[in-house]
Design a protein around this ligand. Structure first.
Ligand SMILES: [Zn+2]
Length: 99
C-alpha cells in the first residue's frame, strides 16, 4: 500500500508539471498570435515610401511613417487645409506629425 501512495504522489507531481507546461504553451501561443496580428496590420507590401510618407498602391491613401515604423500601426494621414500649406500637406491624428 505504501508503494501505491508513492506512485500516486509521483503521478500527481507529473500532472502538476504537465499543467504548468500547458500553461506556458498557452501563453506562448497567445504571444505568437498577437505578433502575427501585428504583422498583418503592418504589411508594407502594398506601400511605397515617397516624399517621407507611405503611399498605398491599392488605394489613394497616405500613411504615417512614424506610426508604421515605431508603433507598428497603419494610420491614415489626413490632408491639411491649403491655409497650412507652409506646415505641410498631411497630418497624422495619432502622433500629430505633419508632413
Ligand atoms: Zn503618426
Amino acid at each position: 500500500m505504501q508503494k501505491f501512495s508513492n506512485l500516486l504522489a509521483d503521478l500527481s507531481m507529473d500532472f502538476a508539471d504537465t499543467k504548468m507546461a500547458l500553461a506556458d504553451m498557452k501563453e506562448e501561443n497567445a504571444n505568437l498570435k498577437s505578433q502575427l496580428l501585428k504583422q498583418e496590420k503592418t504589411d508594407k507590401s502594398d506601400l511605397e515610401y515617397i516624399d517621407n510618407i507611405y503611399h498605398s498602391n491599392t488605394n489613394e491613401c497616405a500613411y504615417c511613417p512614424t506610426c508604421i515604423d515605431s508603433k507598428n500601426i497603419k494610420i491614415r494621414l489626413t490632408k491639411l487645409p491649403r491655409a497650412f500649406k507652409k506646415l505641410g500637406t498631411f497630418k497624422c491624428n495619432e502622433c500629430k506629425s505633419v508632413y
